[in-house]
Unconditional design. Structure first.
Length: 540
């Protein structure tokens, strides 16, 4: 099925569901597939085109399900394979496509392959499936190189027979060796398994990982600056061969199946290599996600993105929040700006003001949905949820927090179960009132049922914006910048004029019928003005 003669993924708005935190039908305090199925009509009512599900595979849950022990099944905490198939069918019946996570960089240390590798020993075919190496120094007592894990500490751990295995993330997540043909064959089988069950695409976790540089050389620690885009084992050219093969595989299926890269890669023109015509269809625009609420910074990234992705015939794919980042409603209202993965706690130097957070969060959402290309909405963004800052240390579960001894609080604050009903146990997340992470009491005012009853709420804003986005074809449109004062973004996307005021002063508005506004406008009805931290769409 095509949208107006164009592939659906070029303009799709995709809603991310983090299963642990979306809806719990069983009452155990952890979200599950049955809970998702029950709430899918409310997702469809927003007007999104597809859903993306974070992992629901069998897993020890050392890293929120991204430590997979079986890529062909469903973890019992989430349900059964029959539940997954019913979810896919239910979503399709509601007009929603289904994208699921695939994790090709690593498995769980409890995966049968890794257990077999440990048992088989050095030099065995089983061990070739992972990145095992001998150590350096006397008796091989030092790691094979000086690489650091993204979750803190060395990227190597020694096993009893003396060899070391690499883990780019947690110690329970050994990296696959993609030089081994078994690995490529395995993931071809995984993709086909889920495509045969009707999924419409895959979001590829750590898409810039998998292939390691030849010889595994040390990084120059004197010049290396740690960050999500600087690890020496990321963005190695060999990954592109994997995705050329995957593109061919998914194109052998009917229905325009889609591949999206989670690739923390800079500069943007290097990221665009992942979405060349024979590779992936989309790549998350993390440069945009990392922008502050600053007109010049935003315009620069928008221009670079449209040019780089357009040069390879791919859509720009915009994103503000996800399960790995501080929710944008909070992130855009704090100073200093936290780095990726750092998290925010009650001792952050500047605590976000709830009013400012709400205004900027809504304004940023309306700006993003006006941009040509595809966009992702993280569950709770449609409610304007802020980051959950006041999580006690005793409830945190992100391995980043533990491996950095609390220096990085990690991602739990973005993963707190979302509120559906203000007066229900666990705000409607679970019938028992249980919740695997505690929900802030003040979220009652943001619950879905309360917002549905309030015409000026964020959920109504998002629904109206998505309706206008479809009506005016903004996802397939062309952006043309308009003259604007300092601190203000103004552009026309086909028949809609978009103005976002990121300054601290009121800006004048041209004439035009208001299609959507992220907040109240200033001045009179005949000559309205645009207050700070507000975005408006005008017809014309």
């Amino acid at each position: 099925m095509r949208d107006g003669g164009r592939e659906w993924w070029r303009s799709a708005v995709i809603y991310q569901i983090y299963p642990r935190s979306f809806a719990d039908a069983s009452g155990d305090g952890v979200g599950d597939l049955a809970g998702i199925i029950a709430r899918l009509p409310q997702v469809a009512s927003l007007g999104v085109d597809a859903i993306w599900l974070s992992p629901f595979y069998p897993s020890p849950q050392r890293d929120g399900g991204y430590d997979v022990s079986d890529f062909f099944g469903v973890d019992p905490m989430f349900g059964t394979l029959a539940d997954a198939e019913r979810l896919i069918d239910t979503a399709h019946g509601l007009g929603l496509r289904v994208v699921i996570d695939i994790v090709p960089n690593h498995s769980s240390s409890e995966h049968p392959w890794f257990q077999a590798a440990l048992a088989a020993g050095p030099g065995s075919p089983e061990r070739e499936r992972y990145v095992f190496r001998d150590g350096r120094g006397p008796g091989g007592a030092q790691p094979p190189n000086n690489w650091q894990s993204r979750f803190g500490g060395p990227a190597w751990i020694r096993v009893p027979d003396g060899q070391w295995y690499m883990h780019a993330f947690d110690t329970s997540q050994p990296d696959f060796n993609w030089d081994c043909s078994d690995v490529a064959q395995h993931f071809d089988e995984v993709l086909r398994w889920w495509l045969d069950r009707g999924v419409d695409g895959f979001r590829i976790d750590v898409a810039h990982g998998s292939v390691k540089p030849a010889g595994l050389p040390d990084v120059d620690m004197a010049t290396w600056v740690p960050g999500p885009m600087t690890a020496p084992y990321f963005d190695v050219d060999g990954v592109h061969e994997i995705y050329r093969s995957w593109r061919s595989l998914v194109e052998s299926y009917d229905g325009e199946r889609m591949l999206c890269a989670e690739a923390w890669v800079q500069p943007i023109d290097r990221l665009a290599r992942y979405v060349r015509p024979d590779e992936l269809h989309q790549a998350f625009n993390f440069a945009y996600l990392q922008c502050g609420w600053d007109a010049g910074e935003l315009r620069g990234v928008i221009d670079e993105s449209l040019a780089a992705f357009g040069a390879v015939g791919a859509p720009s794919t915009w994103v503000l929040s996800n399960h790995d980042t501080i929710r944008h409603t909070t992130r855009l209202a704090v100073d200093p700006r936290p780095v990726h993965g750092q998290g925010i706690g009650p001792d952050w130097p500047s605590q976000p003001d709830p009013v400012l957070s709400d205004r900027r969060g809504r304004a940023a959402m309306l700006l993003m949905l006006a941009l040509p290309g595809s966009a992702y909405i993280y569950q709770g963004d449609e409610l304007g949820l802020p980051e959950a800052i006041d999580l006690p240390a005793t409830v945190r579960q992100d391995p980043t927090c533990f491996r950095t001894a609390g220096a990085f609080l990690g991602r739990d604050g973005a993963r707190v179960p979302i509120p559906w009903e203000a007066e229900a146990p666990a705000f409607g997340f679970s019938p028992s009132g249980a919740s695997w992470l505690p929900q802030p009491p003040e979220w009652a005012r943001l619950a879905r049922d309360r917002q549905e009853a309030e015409p000026a709420s964020t959920v109504h804003l998002v629904r109206a914006a998505l309706e206008a986005r479809r009506k005016y074809g903004l996802g397939h449109g062309d952006l043309h910048w308009l003259p604007s004062p300092e601190g203000v973004l103004a552009f026309r996307n086909d028949g809609v004029m978009v103005i976002a005021n990121a300054s601290d002063v009121v800006a004048s508005l041209p004439s035009g019928r208001v299609l959507a506004a992220s907040g109240p406008l200033a001045g009179g009805a005949d000559a309205p003005d645009l207050p700070p931290d507000t975005t408006v769409w005008l017809e014309g």
